[in-house]
Design a protein around this ligand. Structure first.
Ligand code: HSE
Length: 398
């Protein structure tokens, strides 16, 4: 029997217990032994749960129990998740995490600690929920050089943008509905301001390049300001509005990572990702484009990803995989303002004047419809802002 502990018995942690029960025989076959939950650490008690007798409120019994080989950290937040994870690894226990915040902020430290103590630190569930997305970087893609990652990695914002288009409803109204349905948190800022997606693209960037970008080096754009008018404009341009998380890795080791609302043209596969689904496209000069698609959130899909790490470690398979190392590299980040995109630009007032100002900084400016609306060729956001500081500006993904 292999004994594990779960830190945090919320949506993901309780899902881990459910999937362990549902798939017990299959997991035992993969691991080569039965897997049993020995401890559940949480601030709360769960008197009605079949695991009520395993709930504890301190980390010490887990650290002191040599029978616990692996700990699932499904707490969320940086602290005390970081301190508990480090302490578990110091005590010789491998850690599996679904916590994108702690991996994005401290992945370098956590992976170093795992190496020092000869244990594993895995985090398949931290990005893309149930989509097998992290392990391919450690296995099939380990010998490839990824040049770009581009995806929809936040289900809440994708649900909101999909509904705004389908039903022509305003942002605030759809956000309130998403909160009622339990997709969006009561404080939805991490999702709608791009912070959740930023953490996820930081992790994917680190997996692809070995460089863990600093939080401050990754631009995060919000969807708060998106209006029905913007959604309609995207439609007229032959596209849809999506919150895109993207990283471009240059040959010279520089990294450009950002999250921003974009008009995604219908020819692009990400234009067809709707509702709470996630999709991530990974590009390398050798393999070309690979598209990962699936449920990016939810108790069971995310718990399934946690258990894939559990079985990789307990079966010994993880030891055969490439163990990632994340390093900090100051100066590697290219600022978002220096990136070039084609843009959708909408100004108030005279279309002729707006066009003249845009043409002063961009060779290709095409007017759309009857107002001061344009699709530009490649230029930087800084240039568009200099030309038309008050305009609505949205980058386009073709
Ligand atoms: N809030 C996240 C989302 C949950 O909406 O995608 C999964 O990380």
């Amino acid at each position: 029997m292999k004994h594990i502990a779960i830190l945090g018995f919320g949506i993901v942690g309780s899902g881990v217990a459910r999937v362990l029960e549902q798939n017990a025989a299959r997991i035992a076959r993969t691991v080569g032994d039965e897997v049993d939950i020995q401890y559940i650490l949480d601030l709360r008690d769960f008197p009605d749960s079949p695991y009520a007798d395993r709930v504890i409120h301190e980390i010490a019994p887990i650290l002191d129990d040599p029978g616990v080989a692996l700990v699932c950290e499904t707490m969320g937040g940086s602290h005390p998740a970081l301190e508990y994870s480090l302490a578990c690894m110091e005590a010789g226990k491998s850690v599996v995490s679904s916590n994108k915040e702690v991996v994005a902020n401290y992945g370098d430290l956590l992976l170093r600690k795992a190496k020092e103590h000869g244990v594993s630190y895995l985090f398949e569930a931290s990005v893309g929920g149930g989509i097998p997305l992290i392990r391919p970087f450690l296995t099939s893609l380990a010998c490839d050089r990824v040049s770009e990652i581009c995806g929809i990695v936040n289900g809440t914002t994708n649900y909101i943008l999909t509904k705004m288009k389908e039903e022509g409803r305003a942002f605030g109204e759809v956000l309130a509905e998403a909160q009622r349905l339990g997709y969006a948190e009561r404080d939805p800022s991490a999702d709608i301001d791009g912070i959740d997606a930023k953490r996820k693209i930081i992790i994917l960037t680190a997996l692809a390049s070995g460089i863990l970008p600093d939080d401050g080096d990754v631009y995060a754009g919000s969807i708060r300001g998106i209006t029905v008018r913007d959604i309609e404009a995207a439609d007229r341009l032959g596209g849809v509005l999506r919150l895109i998380a993207r990283t471009v890795l240059s040959d010279d080791g520089r990294v450009s990572a950002y999250v921003t609302p974009m008009i995604v043209k219908n020819a692009h596969p990400l234009a067809h990702v709707e509702g709470v689904y996630n999709a991530v496209s990974v590009t390398s000069p050798v393999t070309g484009d690979i598209l990962y698609y699936g449920r990016g959130a939810g108790s069971l899909p995310t718990a399934g990803a946690v258990l894939s790490d559990v079985s990789a470690i307990l079966s010994g398979a993880a030891q055969a995989e490439f163990a990632p190392v994340f390093l900090r590299k100051p100066g590697a980040a290219i600022p978002f303002g220096e990136q070039s995109f084609p843009f959708y630009v909408r100004a108030e007032g005279s279309a002729a004047e707006a066009r003249e100002k845009l043409e002063a900084v961009c060779a290709s400016v095409v007017r759309i419809g009857d107002g001061a609306e344009f699709e530009t060729g490649e230029m930087t956001m800084a240039d568009v802002k200099r030309a038309l500081p008050d305009a609505v500006i949205l980058p386009i993904l073709r």
